[in-house]
Design a binder for this molecule. Structure first.
Ligand SMILES: Cc1cc2nc3c(=O)[nH]c(=O)nc-3n(C[C@H](O)[C@H](O)[C@H](O)COP(=O)(O)OP(=O)(O)OC[C@H]3O[C@@H](n4cnc5c(N)ncnc54)[C@H](O)[C@@H]3O)c2cc1C
Length: 420
């Protein structure tokens, strides 16, 4: 479908005020578009941008579906402390998604997804810093790398190939021995003796503050916010009609950045967007007795830890469950127990518990794309584990796409047509 000319000055509605929607609003506003953001919640409050781990995970270039994933997944499903969960009732409806997920582990598809993620990762720290600087919140990001801690020598050795591959793609790292681990993270359980320090990794001071900071800057620069849930999107002559509870409005173009809810909006437009809710669980301990200087990934546990303004945040996991299902309290208890093993003496008494739905595609690559059905409708969603990480770069790519650029390889790789 040829791109309609949507030049600066045109009106663009963004559905969703999570980190992806807000980064898109700032970028489009900066290019001279007249931007309106729709969300029934205050920016950052309505989805998974609210309380994620705060990592700018810019060396995580591999899709989740690695070669041999099916055996690993089966093993994990039988272990109650393993990070993968699929309630049986929710397994069946997700079979088509799991099938596509498994296909990603095929050598060629895996490489294609790795190439796309590498492009995003190469740009993410620079673009995030640049965006935060533009919004006067540059002090909210710091880049000191991330420690990837392995349970034992065997799993560390198995990881070496992936670190070499990262390194060959320009993402540097170094091995940390037990002494260095203890120096970087003195409060960690001293049983951990194997780790890598990834240099290409940063963290923000508090994820919700990033979204609020972007929203404040957008407001100052003239972006309009409408606290409305969008019920439907349709085409009307040469514009797009947005219907919400209290009425409707016309725009020259629309961006769907509604996190996991982008699926239902896409469906109503006739676009096929295979995305599922990959739910993560975490605890935030406000006045924790544990202090860590840099983000930590416990690579064998699917658990990450970060010191944030609100306290020590620890958690992760992946529960593939229906959106409407309430959070499983057992998972919070398990993560609290495991956290106390990772950091002996950790006091979880005053912890705040949170569960959020990562909007996950089967190849772990986001969708930054034109609609295949309606001209002037665009998607910026499906960022899975790394929406905060890739929001700024995604917003820049979205701008290029809206300006009419469709032929860049990096944009083509993110198109929704890869699912046809
Ligand atoms: C436990 C956990 C830890 C994570 N850690 C990290 C991390 O360290 N680093 C990282 O990069 N990523 C992390 N992520 C992933 C990251 O949080 C997501 O990828 C990111 O928040 C997605 O942002 P989004 O703006 O696309 O969606 P969301 O934040 O979900 O925002 C979508 C918005 O759309 C709105 N909306 C939905 N439907 C409608 C509608 N019909 N009309 C109007 N508005 C609508 C919602 O109210 C919501 O505000 C983590 C996720 C989880 C769950």
């Amino acid at each position: 479908m040829p791109n309609a000319q949507i030049s600066p000055g045109s009106s663009v509605a963004i559905i969703g005020a999570g980190v992806v929607g807000m980064a898109s609003a700032c970028a489009l506003n900066r290019k001279g578009y007249e931007v309106t953001v729709f969300d029934p919640y205050y920016p950052g409050e309505g989805g998974s941008s609210k309380a994620n781990a705060g990592h700018i995970g810019a060396s995580d270039i591999f899709p989740l579906s690695t070669p041999g994933i099916h055996w690993k997944a089966l093993k994990m499903l039988t272990d109650s402390d393993a990070p993968l969960k699929v309630p049986l009732k929710d397994f069946w409806p997700q079979i088509p998604w799991f099938w596509r997920f498994l296909l990603t582990s095929n050598v060629n598809r895996f490489k294609r997804a790795t190439d796309a993620l590498s492009y995003l990762c190469h740009n993410s720290i620079r673009d995030t810093k640049e965006l935060l600087e533009y919004c006067n919140i540059a002090e909210k990001i710091e880049q000191n790398g991330c420690a990837f801690i392995y349970d034992n020598e065997l799993s560390f050795n198995k990881s070496i190939k992936s670190w070499d591959e990262r390194s060959s793609r320009g993402f540097s790292s170094e091995v940390l021995n037990a002494k260095k681990i203890a120096k970087i993270t003195p409060t960690i359980n001293d049983k951990f003796k194997y780790a890598y320090l990834s240099h290409h990794w940063a963290k923000v001071s508090e994820p919700i503050d990033i979204v609020r900071g972007l929203a404040d800057s957008a407001k100052i620069n003239g972006v309009t916010f409408r606290q409305e849930r969008v019920n439907s999107v349709g085409e009307k002559f040469n514009s797009i009609l947005i219907n919400f509870d209290k009425g409707n409005s016309k725009y020259d173009a629309v961006v769907i950045a509604a996190g996991i809810n982008s699926v239902s909006l896409a469906k109503s437009l006739g676009d096929f967007l295979p995305m599922t809710a990959e739910r993560g669980y975490n605890l935030t301990i406000p006045l924790s007795n544990i202090d860590i200087d840099i983000p930590i990934v416990f690579a064998d546990r699917g658990i990450v830890a970060t010191s944030l303004a609100s306290g020590l945040r620890i958690g992760g996991w992946a529960e593939y469950a229906h959106l409407s299902r309430p959070a499983n309290p057992n998972y919070f208890n398990s993560i609290a127990r495991i956290s106390q093993d990772l950091f002996p003496g950790l006091n979880v008494e005053n912890a705040n518990y949170w569960m959020g739905s990562r909007p996950s595609t089967p190849d772990s690559v986001p969708v930054i794309s034109k609609s295949l059905k309606i001209d002037r409708v665009f998607y910026n969603c499906g960022h899975g584990h790394y929406g905060l990480t890739h929001a700024a770069t995604s917003a820049n790519l979205l701008c290029s796409l809206i300006e009419g650029e469709q032929n860049l390889a990096e944009i083509k790789a993110l198109s929704i047509d890869r699912f046809l």
